[in-house]
Design a protein. Sequence first.
Length: 132
Amino acid sequence: MKEEVFQERFYQENKSVVEAKIEDLEFYLKDTFTKLWRFFSFVAIAGPLEKHKAYMTSESLQRQLPKYWGHDCDFLALNLFRVISEGQELARIYMHQFVDRVYKVLTCDNYRDRMKFCFSLLDFDGDGIVKA
């Protein structure tokens, strides 16, 4: 709860910066941004919101991801949230954070970075080893 209060206060103090960043991302990324927004708005808390206010939580991701993919995948939802939050103890991930972290993986030229991202989705305990 404390983290949510901090993040909400941060958002309110930086509202114009966040709104401007979302507008820039939407302008420069165009089609990719639309696809990322479609996914994000599906898993976001309370569905489609204003882009600069939209956020997801690990709970909303766990609840909505099975509907998006068509089967239960709690472990993958939790890991996806952990990977996108870059291991930080975040209560929420806002749209601009999501786009920043996912877009750089989608567009990087470095094959190893993309594989590292995919590997981290399957490394459920974060120890660097994928176990069956």
